[in-house]
Structure formats: structure tokens, C-alpha cells
Design a protein around this ligand. Structure first.
Ligand code: NDP
Length: 484
């Protein structure tokens, strides 16, 4: 069994208490590695190390830090297959998806911010206004030690989305990957050591949210917190950090809607929305869980959607034709199963799937598989139309008027993203302006230009990440006023 270790001050170490947790392979249901069950002692050690590293790291030029980021990207690239394999074993996602999405994006996160930091205006000179004798310089400075806390659905992708801008701007980091999927973060720590990143610049502490996370968010040595995860955890983090006025970026849950207008091109909409519902087993914060379809095309759309879903193979993530692997954990499988039971109680009709009865090989019989599920006609106020399921469950409802669909789309506490399908892009733009979400995709889904601001409204988030928006989060502004 691989023994995952913490990476603190450039060294691999067990938790000081010597406790470990088991890490499970969701495809087989077997424990296949252990990770440190760290506590406050390890976290404080890591924070001290990051604090020690800060003066030198923050004094490097953006060019030097950019070079380091490229070295890390090179290090992941060299071990690409190992990373992709590890992500699929640990998370359950198909290997082709790890190779197509997760690992390339992790590499790109480092390369993208390595280039962007060279364009970032660290110092802006504002000349005196006419008639004034005051000129100004606005400086954007690194802040200190950042806590970077990431979830289990896109483990390396989301962790590196935080590490890269944090280090690029001159901060140092203590990372807490999800205890459910620690393996690629551990491999990344090996890369940091291999490339010789100075000790303390980026530490990795493994363990539970309760033991590790809470110290990471409340410790006075931490100046800023970047968190991606569930809304309830985000709320706890906001509370535990409020006392010290820590800077917070929260990327949280969603209950995203697609609105399909009567003139939508179904040959494009159906395949794209199948991915939107079921990619990564529906475990992407941007996945669409609610589909509002114009009544004139409702029957046709639903029938095409079911036909396409029937063709999706659920099974071993290492078989090339698998579209959906297992859910990430037994706890998550139980959560999705319970959601289906609640939907049934709310009189929803299960049109497809809704069960964990998936035919798999003997070796995978204890895996956490769940069928893609299609549900019809939930009222907009039922609990399951309001709460994020974060699994392969798509609910459908027909609408008469667009205003009705927009109202339903907005009727949740969340506001992460939405997708609109129509050939009338002017109309789509008007609909977009009425949706209370951070990102709207028109005739597409989950296309990302990393320069664009990304984040959620309402209970889906606080702040924006991406391009210079990430740099703004990771830097503090100082105004220097000069009498001339
Ligand atoms: P959680 O909120 O359970 O966990 C996220 C991270 O926070 C984990 O590392 C977790 O550790 C840690 N954590 C838990 N409790 C605390 C605490 N008290 N203090 C500090 N850290 C803590 O989310 P999941 O891992 O279950 O991920 C799924 C959620 O993430 C979904 O709601 C999804 O929508 C959201 N998400 C949002 C995205 C966005 O960009 N908006 C992108 C991807 C996912 P541990 O695992 O050890 O408990």
C-alpha cells in the first residue's frame, strides 16, 4: 500500500501523531493507500514553514517565479501517464478524461499563470491631475501565507488552479487537498521536491476538514484563504476566519439549469448536454442538474436525451469506452441514492436509471457505481430541485413561456452557471442578463478562457478567480502619494 506523507518544509513526513486514514479505490471499494490523519500540530508546522519562506519567495522577480511555475509544469508533464492513472484510480473518473481534461488542465494552470504574471501590472503610476501637485503609485504586493483548500471532484485541476496564481504573485502556501482524493496532490509534492522549489514555498498537509481545515482557516499566521467545495463548508470557513478579517475566495456548490428554446439545434444540444449532465459522473460543480425545455420540443428532446443516455457505458474507468466510472466514495453513493428516494417521495417520475445496479466484473463488484438518471417533472420548490445532488441525475420540466423558465432557473439559493440553447443569440443574450449566475454559456457548456472571471453568485461563491482576477485576490494594493 502506498503511504502518502505530508510535504512540509521540503520534506516528506508522517503526521506527528503517527495516525493515518485509509484511502479507497472507488472502482473496487478497497483501501489501497494511507494518508496522514494530520492535526493542528502539523498544520502549524506547515504555516511556520510557509512564513519562513515568504520573504525570499516574495522578493523574487515575476520572471523568476514564472520560471519556477514552468518547471513545475514540466515536472507534471514528464510524469503525465502516472498522474492520469493515479487520478482515475483515486477519483473513479475514466482514464481518457484524466488524460483529456484533468492533467492537461493542471499543467495549463501553471503555464497560464506563468505567462499572465509577466503581463500583470504590479506597479501603476498615476500622474498628477491638472492643477494638482500630487502624483500616485499603486503597488500590488504579495500578502503572505495562503490556505488553499480543494475538493475531491477535480483533485489536481482545482488544486493547481489555486497554487499557480498564489505562487506567481509571491505568496507561499499550505494546501489541504480533499482526504477522499489525496494521491495526485502527493505526486505534485514529489514534483515540487524534484524541481527543487525552495522549502516552505508550497506545503501539503493531508487529513480531515475538521482537524486540518479548521486550523488552516483560523490560524493567525494565515492571511488569505482560497476554498473550493460545498456551500456548508464554505459557510463554516467564513465563520471561522471572520474574526481575523482574512481575505476569502469561496467557490462553492451549484444547482445549474439549462434552458432549451423551441428553435434549439437538437443535434448539437443533446450531445453537449449529455456531457453537461453526466461528465465525470455528474461530479463537476458546473454540471447541469435541471433542464427546462420548451413544451413544443419537450417530447422530442427528452426522447433523444434518453436514447443518448442509454448508450453511455458505466463501468471500469480503465476501459476505453467507459463514459462514467464509479462515484467517488461510499458516502457519496449513499447521498445520491437518498436523493433519488426523496425525489420519488416528491412524486417525480424516474424515466431512466435511478439505481446502483450496474453490471460490472467480479473485481469491481464492491465499487460505487450508479446509473445515469433522468427524472421528470419536479416542482420548482421540491427539496431536490433546490439542493445540489452532485451526481449523475438530470431533472426535466417543460415550460410555456421563457419568463417562467428564467424564474425557475433562479429559484434556488445557488448561482453558479447556466446554459442556454437557441439559434436566436439576441434572445439568448437577453435571457442571460436575467439569470442570477456567475457564468452563462450560450449554445455550449464548460468552455473556459482562463482569462475570464470565474465564480458564483448567491450561495455559490464569493469573489472571482481566473486571469488577473486571481492576481487581484492574491495581492494587496498600496497607494503611495507623492507631493511633487
Ligand atoms: P467539501 O466542502 O466537503 O470539502 C472541500 C474541502 O474542504 C475538502 O478538502 C474538505 O476536507 C475541506 N473541509 C471540510 N471541512 C472543512 C472545514 N471545517 N474547514 C476547512 N476545510 C474543510 O466539498 P467536497 O469535497 O464534497 O466537494 C464537492 C463540493 O464542491 C460540491 O458542492 C461542489 O459543487 C463544490 N465545487 C465547487 C466548485 C466551484 O468552482 N464553484 C468546483 C468544484 C466543486 P475533507 O475532504 O477532508 O473533509
Amino acid at each position: 500500500m502506498t503511504q502518502i506523507l505530508n510535504y512540509i518544509h521540503g520534506e516528506f513526513v508522517p503526521a506527528q501523531n503517527n495516525q493515518t486514514l485509509d484511502n479507497y479505490n472507488p472502482t473496487t471499494g478497497e483501501a489501497y493507500s494511507t494518508l496522514p490523519d494530520s492535526d493542528a500540530v502539523d498544520v502549524v508546522f506547515a504555516i511556520q514553514s510557509a512564513k519562513k519562506a515568504f520573504p525570499k519567495w516574495s522578493a523574487l522577480s515575476p520572471q523568476d517565479r514564472s520560471t519556477w511555475l514552468h518547471k513545475i509544469a514540466d515536472g507534471i508533464e514528464k510524469r503525465f501517464d502516472e498522474f492520469a492513472h493515479a487520478e482515475s484510480v483515486d477519483q473513479g473518473k475514466p482514464l481518457w478524461l484524466s488524460k483529456e481534461m484533468d492533467i492537461p488542465r493542471a499543467i495549463l494552470n501553471f503555464r497560464f499563470f506563468a505567462e499572465e504574471i509577466l503581463k500583470f501590472e504590479h506597479k501603476q503610476i498615476v500622474p498628477a491631475q491638472e492643477g494638482s501637485t500630487l502624483s500616485h503609485v499603486i503597488e500590488k504586493q504579495p500578502i503572505g501565507v495562503a490556505s488553499l483548500i480543494s475538493p475531491w471532484n477535480l483533485p489536481l485541476y482545482l488544486l493547481t488552479w489555486k497554487i499557480a496564481p498564489c505562487l506567481a504573485t509571491g505568496n507561499t502556501a499550505v494546501c489541504k487537498p480533499s482526504e477522499v482524493t489525496p494521491m495526485t496532490a502527493y505526486l505534485l509534492a514529489q514534483v515540487l521536491q524534484e524541481v527543487g522549489l525552495p522549502a516552505g514555498v508550497c506545503n501539503m498537509v493531508f487529513g480531515t476538514g475538521n482537524n486540518v481545515g479548521s486550523t488552516l482557516t483560523s490560524h493567525p499566521g494565515v492571511s488569505l484563504i482560497s476554498f473550493t467545495g460545498g456551500t456548508e463548508t464554505g459557510r463554516k470557513i467564513a465563520q471561522s476566519s471572520a474574526d481575523k478579517f482574512k481575505r476569502l475566495s469561496l467557490e462553492m456548490g451549484g444547482k445549474n439549469a439549462a434552458i432549451i428554446l423551441e428553435d434549439a439545434d437538437l443535434t448539437k444540444a443533446v450531445p453537449a448536454l449529455i456531457r453537461a449532465a453526466f461528465l465525470n459522473q455528474g461530479e463537476i460543480c458546473l454540471c447541469i442538474e435541471r433542464f427546462f425545455v420548451h413544451e413544443k420540443i419537450y417530447a422530442e428532446f427528452l426522447s433523444e436525451f434518453i436514447k443518448a443516455t442509454e448508450k453511455l457505458k458505466v463501468g471500469d474507468p480503465f476501459e476505453d469506452d467507459t463514459f462514467m466510472g464509479p462515484l467517488v466514495s461510499k458516502a457519496h453513493l449513499d447521498k445520491v441514492t437518498l436523493a433519488i428516494e426523496r425525489m420519488k417521495q416528491d412524486k417525480a417520475k424516474i424515466l431512466f436509471g435511478g439505481t446502483a445496479e450496474v453490471s460490472v466484473t467480479e473485481k469491481n463488484k464492491n465499487g460505487y457505481f450508479f446509473n445515469p438518471t433522468i427524472v421528470e417533472d419536479l416542482s420548482d420548490c421540491s427539496e431536490m430541485q433546490q439542493e445540489e445532488i452532485f451526481g449523475p441525475v438530470a431533472s426535466f420540466r417543460s415550460y410555456k413561456n421563457l419568463s417562467e423558465a428564467v424564474k425557475w432557473a433562479n429559484t434556488t439559493p445557488y448561482g453558479l452557471c447556466a446554459s442556454i440553447w437557441t439559434q436566436d443569440t439576441d434572445k439568448a443574450a437577453k435571457v442571460a442578463s436575467h439569470l442570477d449566475v456567475g457564468t452563462v454559456w450560450i449554445n455550449c457548456w464548460m468552455k473556459r478562457d482562463l482569462r475570464m472571471p470565474f465564480g458564483g453568485m448567491k450561495d455559490s461563491g464569493l469573489g472571482r478567480e481566473g486571469g488577473h482576477y486571481s492576481f487581484d485576490f492574491f495581492t494587496e494594493m498600496k497607494t503611495v502619494c507623492i507631493q511633487i
